[in-house]
Design a protein around this ligand. Structure first.
Ligand code: DC
Length: 222
């Protein structure tokens, strides 16, 4: 069994890259951001604010969170409710960043993530995978890109999806989210000492995939 940890800021391409690598290596992609998003969206549906620690603590005591592969795609269930279609909005990303600052949320999700990695070979992407969730991962990669480049990629996706947004607005949100994810007290986003930094600012998707596959084959060989 192998485990690959991919970390990096919002919009660095973690999920798209991890999905492709998972297919190439025939292993499972676990998108941990989706789990934080699902908790944020679920809490909101109950009227719980994304920074209300007390209410989130009691919510976390009662709920179940499950990750299942359906036709090769990850689905996230909270209390048996499939929230996969509801978590891809900008708002869900911000709710996720907020609930990700809460200890009880992180503890429950990290436990579930570690359980998944014990059962199968995974490529897991998030913010604290190499530094915390899978400290002993076989391969650790930290994907980065400038805020401008990440905002450009996000804008393209949003416009392709038929929604509207401006570059400035997206860049501002990305910078805010970076700040919260890098400066929270619990397991903030940071490169693990033993992670390989891959700056994707000037690379296209195929180039990043090749670079990641090279790193993986070098590491696995050892
Ligand atoms: O990767 P993403 O954009 O789907 O993540 C959404 C938010 O979830 C991110 O801004 C912070 C939080 N998150 C986290 O705290 N830890 C992780 N391992 C993954 C995501």
């Amino acid at each position: 069994m192998i485990s690959i940890a991919i970390d990096g800021p919002a919009g660095s391409g973690k999920s798209s890259i991890s999905k492709i690598i998972a297919e190439r290596l025939n292993i499972v992609h676990v998108d941990t951001g989706a789990m934080y998003r699902a908790i944020g969206v679920y809490a909101k549906s109950l009227g719980i604010a994304s920074k209300d620690e007390e209410k989130l603590n009691s919510l976390m005591e009662d709920i179940t969170i499950d990750v299942k592969l359906i036709d090769g795609n990850q689905h996230v269930f909270v209390n048996n409710q499939d929230l996969t279609d509801k978590i891809r909005t900008k708002e869900a990303g911000e709710l996720a960043s907020d609930v990700g600052t809460i200890k009880s949320v992180r503890e429950k999700l990290v436990l579930a993530q570690r359980e998944l990695s014990k059962k199968m070979s995974v490529i897991m992407d998030g913010r604290d995978i190499g530094t915390n969730v899978l400290k002993d991962a076989d391969v650790k990669i930290y994907l980065d890109a400038t805020a401008d480049e990440r905002a450009k990629r996000r804008l393209k996706d949003i416009l392709l999806g038929g929604s509207e947004a401006t570059f400035e607005e997206i860049k501002e949100k990305i910078i805010q989210r970076d700040y919260q994810d890098k400066n929270r007290k619990l397991n903030p986003l940071t490169k693990a000492d033993d992670a390989i930094l891959l700056d994707t600012t000037n690379l296209n998707l195929d180039e990043v995939v090749s670079a990641v596959l090279n790193i993986v084959s070098e590491k696995i060989k050892d």
